[in-house]
Each structure stands twice: as structure tokens, then as C-alpha cells.
Design a protein around this ligand. Structure first.
Ligand SMILES: [Zn+2]
Ligand SMILES: [Zn+2]
Ligand SMILES: [Zn+2]
Length: 308
């Protein structure tokens, strides 16, 4: 059903999850599998008439025990909610759910990296509109977190700490700040409206965060998403990636490496225009962008203020 192959030329794994072809694809809203099971209605994935946050194994997993995990995290029983419109307490609770899943999946022998993410919008391939995210437990360290570890080595310390210090010193690309969190468009953003949401303190994972920091992280994420939605006056598509320390048991040196941050990759350049990954991005691995991070940061700051 599922097979992991190593692509020698790229030095990376490719996961073949053939059964995923049968996934539910953009069902009508009264057949949403992530809605609660209403009395007298058809059964959904969630056998309750109401719920706050639901976590369960993905029925069409890209990874599964004993070689990894794939879970679905449903943010709300309200089909039309989003990260931006949920109550603040709900998003705060969601960060606690993330933390608990990181703890449990990370403790597993077959999980080397716990990856929490959300795909939002058909533009990034969403098949269900109900507000939800996913968690993959990779049975190996994937290339992106591996690159971040390499950046730590290159910069002689935590890369996230170094980059955050630079962004705070330069100020121009910072779009949101609170007591514990800073959000900015990175100096060398690949996507026009890419944003990184970073803990001020060095916290390898959500497990190292204080309760207050989780609350302020939730607040920051909501501010960013609301700003995104205000930007073009439409639900803004994105991929949201939560990066934390790897959970490779056999490599103790990785235990403190990693610094909690959330990266947003939005494919939109304007209200209608999408950024496609084409020749240079795919064939050479070099992003070509027609937007300066300083300018997108100014636009996003304004949108966040407008949405507040
Ligand atoms: Zn639904
Ligand atoms: Zn750090
Ligand atoms: Zn990252």
C-alpha cells in the first residue's frame, strides 16, 4: 500500500502512498467527513454531535506505524471557521494539542521528526474545506529541518536566534510583535508574502514553552492569518509549517537543536495571480521573486492593523 524509496540523485526520500488516490475530494458540505455526526445524519469521521478539537489517524495515511504516523487535527466543529476566526481560547487549546502530539509521537521509536502543518485553500491542494491541520511523524529526518540544522552549524549557533536578532535590529520586515513572539517576512523570503512567526526565547519545541508563550503564539498566528485574509479581502491560501526540534532518539546532539517557529508559504502574488514553481525553482532550485520582502512586509503590517 505504501512504499518509501530513496531518490539517490536528489539525496531525498519519496513516499508512495497509492491508496491516497481514493481520498475524499472536495465533498458537498453536507457530506463533510470532518463535521460532527449529527443525530439522524450520516456518520462522519467524528462520532460526536459536537466537539472542540478532534485528533485522529488519517484514513489515507502517507505514513503509518511501524514506519511513522499521519494524523488529522480538526480545529472546530464549525465547518466555516478558520484559524483566524476561531475564539482565542480555541487556538490556544490547539497549541496545547500540538504540544501533546509532539510529546507522544516524538517518543515513538519510528518517528524522527514530528511535523505539524496546515494546507489552506484549493490553491495548495486542499481536498476538504473544514478547518483542519495535519501531523506527520516522519520515520527519518526530512530535508527542510535537516537544512535548518545545517544552518545552525554554518552560523555557529541557533539559526532562528541569529536571524531573529537581525530582523529585530533591522525592523523593516517585522510585521507583528508581542511579548513572546515576533512575526516577520524573512530577508530572503522565497514567497512574496512568506511570514515566519518565531518565539523570542530559544525554545527547541513546544514542550519547552511556558503556558504564556503558547497563548501569545496563538495570538500571533491569529493576527497573521487575519492580516492575510484582510490583504485581498478573501480567504488567503497558504501552507503553514511548524518547525521544532527533531525527535531522533539516537542523535542526542539534536535534542537542543531546533527553535519553535511557524512558517507560512502563501502562493498568491496578487488577489488573482499565483506563484508557480517553474523552471528555475524546480530545475535549479532557485526561487525568482518579483516582490521585495521589505515591501510585502509594509503591506502586511497595514493589513494586520486593518484586521485588528
Ligand atoms: Zn465540515
Ligand atoms: Zn534559538
Ligand atoms: Zn523553519
Amino acid at each position: 500500500m505504501s512504499e518509501l524509496r530513496f531518490n539517490e540523485l536528489r539525496g531525498e526520500h519519496v513516499d508512495y502512498a497509492i491508496h491516497r488516490q481514493e481520498r475524499t475530494f472536495l465533498p458537498a458540505r453536507d457530506h463533510c467527513p470532518l463535521c460532527p455526526t449529527r443525530p439522524g445524519g450520516p456518520p462522519t469521521e467524528i462520532p460526536f454531535a459536537a466537539f472542540e478539537i478532534a485528533v485522529f489517524d488519517n484514513r489515507f495515511p502517507a505514513f503509518r506505524a511501524p514506519r511513522g504516523a499521519a494524523e488529522v487535527v480538526v480545529y472546530s466543529d464549525d465547518h466555516d471557521a478558520s484559524l483566524g476566526t476561531l475564539a482565542a481560547e480555541r487556538v490556544e487549546a490547539l497549541t496545547w494539542v500540538w504540544r501533546q502530539r509532539y510529546l507522544e509521537l516524538g517518543a515513538r521509536e519510528d518517528v524522527d521528526y514530528v511535523f505539524i502543518f496546515e494546507n489552506r485553500g484549493v490553491e495548495v491542494g486542499v481536498t476538504l474545506h473544514h478547518p483542519h491541520g495535519q501531523i506527520y511523524g516522519y520515520p527519518f529526518l526530512p530535508p527542510v529541518p535537516a537544512l535548518e540544522l545545517a544552518a545552525d552549524a554554518r552560523l555557529g549557533g541557533c539559526a532562528a536566534c541569529v536571524l531573529l536578532r537581525d530582523e529585530l535590529a533591522q525592523e523593516r520586515r517585522v510585521i507583528y510583535e508581542n511579548e513572546s513572539i515576533v512575526a516577520y517576512v524573512p530577508y530572503a523570503a522565497r514567497w512574496g508574502y512568506e511570514v515566519h512567526v518565531c518565539l523570542r526565547e530559544h525554545r527547541p519545541s513546544l514542550l519547552a514553552c511556558e503556558a504564556r508563550e503558547l497563548r501569545l503564539l496563538a495570538e500571533a498566528l491569529q493576527s497573521v492569518v487575519r492580516g492575510y485574509d484582510a490583504l485581498f479581502g478573501r480567504p488567503f491560501p497558504y501552507v503553514m509549517a511548524v518547525h521544532q526540534a527533531p525527535t531522533v532518539g539516537s542523535a542526542p546532539e539534536s535534542a537542543a537543536a531546533g527553535h519553535v517557529h511557524v512558517e507560512f508559504y502563501p502562493p498568491l502574488r496578487t488577489a488573482e495571480k499565483l506563484k508557480y514553481l517553474a523552471g528555475s525553482e524546480q530545475g535549479a532550485g532557485t526561487f525568482i521573486s518579483d516582490m521585495l520582502p521589505e515591501e510585502s512586509a509594509a503591506t502586511l503590517r497595514e493589513a494586520i492593523a486593518r484586521a485588528a
